[in-house]
Design a protein around this ligand. Structure first.
Ligand code: HEM
Length: 420
């Protein structure tokens, strides 16, 4: 009999790995009862995860919103709009949306962001060092791991400098649990973001900049809305959904990567010393090991079987069943990663054990569009952070740090530090 899975349980959020290990040892694909009375098929084995992520019989299109409230208020309209993005689509629609965006995310365009990411990092670190000097304490999530990815996405979207504080505040609000803020604040932030992005798109069409988002807006403008959708351009709603997707796919994940990497280094002083002594390749290995060990996206987005699918070992998932690929579990499958729970960046160094490719960025047609950008952010941010704060130390018991609840994202919600 399987344990009921309660994603809201703080102990599970902090350390879901023992549960996943038990589940995988029983069956790498299992039907799991959830605390809300429903169930889901959880994929926890590495090989099974790769095969599901690449299999077109698993659809990413959410079931039509039967029973859900109609989008009859501005904030609900904004949320409904967010749902129309490529991660929620299957071929051939997915291919069309993805093709258009790859033009904006070429390695050359992403790599060209490096000097700006360095400037943004240094700006935040100056503030952080100032705070530590003044107050003796700071929070590496609130003061660094959260704002940096938001500022980088603002760069990608071409949001003018003057608007960035507002963007950061709205993003912070929509990402906060509703009960953590005053009533209505989350709804208001959704509405503001929707209005802001609508205006930004109009502006990018009138006066395209050299940001990545202008490349997308220009494609849509050139081909026109309706016709554009038919011959390969993005229509208005798709462009708006794309802005939301880039913001949310891009900030929360990267925030967790930076937060988890910082936590691992602060709690593994030998690894921090090795990274400090080791140069760029070592910092990249820290990021890769954090992606594997910490899985900033704990689970894939929801899939649904379009027909019965046999997955080996006599397991067949019936049609129309909800499926989650637990990337965090697959990334610690002992069949693929020796001593999977140990944090060992050296695995990824030349001469290391050459582990299997981790699944932190997914696999198959929906493989993360922003993987290169996320790796670039980590490669810039982590060495600069630990160079700017030579004696920084964790100011909390790591075993009690709060983690984000739920099955989608994984990372510490706070990382209190003091100057050494
Ligand atoms: C550490 C940081 C990141 C991680 C761990 C991550 C992880 C992932 C994963 C696992 C998927 C596939 C989900 C699935 O198949 O259900 C995905 C998709 C995606 N990611 Fe990322 N991501 C990161 C950063 C970013 C950034 C910085 C951006 C954009 C600026 C981005 C944009 C996207 C987009 C647009 C998709 C959808 C791709 C598609 O449907 O074809 N991600 N990401």
């Amino acid at each position: 009999m399987l344990d009921v899975l309660n994603p809201a349980d703080p102990a599970f959020a902090r350390d879901p790995y023992p549960y996943y290990a038990r589940l995988r040892a029983g069956a790498p694909v299992a039907r799991v009862p959830l605390a809300n009375g429903t169930h889901a098929w959880l994929v926890t084995g590495y090989d099974e995860a790769r095969s599901v992520l690449a299999d077109p019989r698993f659809s990413n299109v959410p079931p039509r919103a039967a029973g859900r409230p109609r989008p009859d208020s501005p904030d609900r309209r904004a949320r409904a709009c967010l749902e129309r993005h490529m991660l929620n689509s299957d071929a051939p629609d997915h291919l069309r949306l993805r093709r258009l965006t790859t033009a904006a995310f070429t390695p050359r365009r992403v790599d060209a962001l490096r000097p700006r990411i360095e400037e943004l990092t240094d700006g935040l670190l100056a503030q952080l060092s100032g705070r530590l000097a003044r107050e003796g304490r700071a929070d590496l999530v609130d003061d660094f791991a959260f704002p940096l990815p938001v500022l980088v996405i603002a760069e990608v979207l071409g949001v003018p400098e003057a608007d960035r504080d507002e963007l950061r505040e709205w993003t912070y609000r929509v990402g906060s649990p509703a009960d953590a803020l005053e009533p209505g604040a989350v709804q208001e932030a959704w509405t503001s973001l929707h209005a802001y992005f609508t205006g930004l798109i109009a502006e990018k069409r009138r006066r395209p900049g050299d940001d990545l988002f202008s490349v997308l807006a220009r494609d849509a403008r050139d081909s026109g809305d309706e016709a554009g959708a038919q011959d390969g351009g993005l229509d208005d709603g798709e462009l708006l959904a794309m802005a939301f997707l880039l913001l949310f796919a891009g900030y929360e994940t990267t925030m967790n990567l930076l937060g988890s990497a910082s936590l691992m280094l602060l709690t593994h002083p030998a690894e921090l010393a090795a990274a400090r002594a080791g140069g760029p390749a070592h910092w990249e290995a820290v990021a890769e090991e954090t992606l594997r060990h910490g899985s900033p996206l704990e689970g894939s987005t929801w899939r649904r079987t379009t027909e019965p699918v046999a997955l080996g070992d006599g397991v067949t998932i019936p049609a129309e069943e909800p499926v989650l690929v637990m990337l965090a579990a697959a990334n610690r499958d002992p069949a693929r990663f020796p001593d999977p729970d140990a944090f060992r960046p050296a695995r990824h160094l030349p001469g290391g054990t050459r582990p299997a490719p981790h699944l932190a960025f997914g696999h198959g047609p929906h493989f993360c569009l922003g993987a290169r950008l996320a790796r670039l952010e980590a490669a810039v941010a982590l060495p600069r952070l630990f160079a700017a704060l030579p004696g920084v130390a964790l100011d909390a018991d790591p075993a009690t740090l709060p983690y984000r609840p739920g099955l989608l994202v994984r990372g510490p919600r706070a990382l209190p530090v003091r100057s050494g």
